[in-house]
Design a protein around this ligand. Sequence first.
Ligand code: SF4
Length: 265
Amino acid sequence: MPGSPEEMKLVSNAMSNATRRKIMTLLKDSSMSREDMSKAIGQTMLDYHLQLLQQAGLTEIRGEKLELTDFGRNMLEPRNKKPVEPKKDLLGTKPIEVMEIRQFLPCIADNSKYRIIARMEPPLDGAVKLLEPLFPRARYSENLGVLIIQKGSIIITVYSTGNVTMTMISDTDEAEEILNDLMKSINDAIGKGIKAPPADKARVDHNEIYKYLPGTNCRICGEQSCYSFAIRLMAKETTLNKCTPLHEERYGVNREYLQVLLEYL
Ligand code: SF4
């Protein structure tokens, strides 16, 4: 699920606790009711542990049952497990039939917004990488085996396992509209076959980067102004972490945008 450092922090915090890891392990083979989990783990702080796991997108509640999400399952699997083998073309890739929202949670970077975890069926498996050309701003991460798509302020992460996450969502209508567009774009590409048709790639310029910097010209980064820092970032002559004010909580959303924008340089 996580595409941003804030989300990664949430996941590592959730997984840093032995009780929470035990809950995940118990859910690995089958779903469980809350009562059965309480018998297995004990009642102490169970709600708290379940809440943290759910916030991190590692577990979910379906009906009366607790379940491990695909993402949670991936996180439990051995680190040396090979990522899914990327396909060479779209031949044989089945169109997506179902795209549904599974969880609707507060956004970590901005609590006036939401993040969602959705599920597509059938999963795209190794075809995910081939879809990168479809979107003006998209990057396939070889390490994570995920496609990260930027749409305005929204970051969409598509997993080969079928999970889709989105951050900075206003409401369910917006989430559903984006998911429908995503499904249509992917199915059109699968219908055309072989290779995904390339979209015009959006360019990033220093003005766009500057827009998300604090704009205080404090010079902590060693530059004369935020504007010169933006130019140096564009030229890859400095790094984002030199702007320490960006680590303040109020700039969390800006930092997240900038991290994604810099991927496109
Ligand atoms: S440290 Fe950040 S806020 Fe300060 S001048 Fe540099 S870019 Fe601007």
